[in-house]
Design a protein around this ligand. Structure first.
Ligand code: SF4
Length: 302
């Protein structure tokens, strides 16, 4: 292997002049995951990091060894093992007295479904890792099958008539492990994203971030409208922006307008939802119920 290749591989996260996701990668235009990785670059700044990325679009874009689209060291793991691999790296860093922070960057398939066992185990042991789920609500890198993150009514290759069950409440599941920190990220509120990412990188114990990640390919939406879609999801109340400390103390960070117009626009702008027979009044009812639960949690004195 040439010295130049080795040098490139060893250009670790100590050199944050390099973005975590380099230009020229193969992600689709308008991919929310790309924006999330740019925000992670800003949040990480000079901190040394190691990343674990399971099977998902984010590892497809990495390219082929020995070249990489990433400006940080990355371990490509199987769908099921990301949190376990990250646990091993975090323990090695601790034993070697390294300041390295270990970050899992995984899609919804690897988080909600296939990686749930190791994710839950790492959370239950309160491993010192940051796990970020970029949720494009579909198995985007394998042809667009439904995942447990796919929302009610969305058509996918395996739910052509629209999914008939709601998505899992993944943040509530992780918070139920009483992890030190769990939060949602809205790409339409970048100051909030940066604050939470920085907090989560520096905190100790298990931290979980969930990011709604527009996927123009799977959502059948315009690449330029991704951020607007997230804004509509937040405005309508569909995507609550909040954080949970130690599994109980809950803070709501953005107050929605709960407007029917934003919910209608959210559905209209996406081909996967446009033909859906899902009744918007039903979705509105689900939103109201989940917000009653969230407000109750936020009101608890703990
Ligand atoms: S398929 Fe979706 S998630 Fe994957 S790179 Fe393209 S836009 Fe991003």
């Amino acid at each position: 292997m040439s010295e130049r290749v080795l040098e490139g591989m060893c250009q670790t996260a100590l050199d944050r002049a390099a973005p975590i996701l380099r230009p020229g990668n193969t992600n689709c235009g308008g991919c929310g995951m790309s924006i999330g990785l740019q925000m992670l670059t800003h949040a990480v700044a000079e901190r040394p990091v190691q990343m674990v990325i399971p099977a998902c679009c984010a590892i497809v874009t990495a390219g082929q060894f020995p070249f990489s689209a990433y400006g940080a060291p990355v371990v490509a793991s199987t769908f099921a093992s990301a949190a376990a691999v990250a646990t091993g790296l975090a323990h090695a860093a601790r034993i070697n007295a390294e300041a390295t922070r270990v970050i899992c960057w995984a899609g919804d398939g690897g988080t909600y479904d296939i990686g749930m066992a190791t994710l839950s185990a790492a959370a239950a042991r309160n491993e010192d890792i940051l796990y970020v789920c970029y949720d494009n609500e579909i198995y985007a890198n394998t042809g667009g099958q439904r995942s447990s993150g796919t929302p009610l009514g969305a058509s996918t290759t395996t739910t052509p008539d629209g999914k008939d069950v709601a998505k899992k409440d993944i943040v509530a599941i992780l918070a139920a492990h009483r992890v030190p920190y769990a939060a949602t990220l809205s790409l339409a509120h970048l100051d909030d994203v940066l604050r939470k990412m920085r907090y989560a990188i520096d905190a100790t114990g298990f931290r979980f971030l969930h990011m709604l990640s527009p996927c123009p390919t799977g959502w059948k939406s315009e690449p330029a409208e991704g951020i607007e879609l997230v804004r509509l999801a937040v405005k309508s109340g569909l995507y609550p922006v909040y954080e949970v400390f130690d599994g109980v103390r809950t803070t709501i960070d953005v107050e929605p307008e709960f407007s029917d117009e934003s919910l209608r626009r959210y559905f209209e702008l996406q081909g996967r939802l446009k033909k859906s027979a899902t009744n918007l009044a039903h979705v509105r009812g689900d939103i109201e119920r989940s917000w009653r639960i969230l407000r109750h949690r936020a009101s608890l004195e703990v």
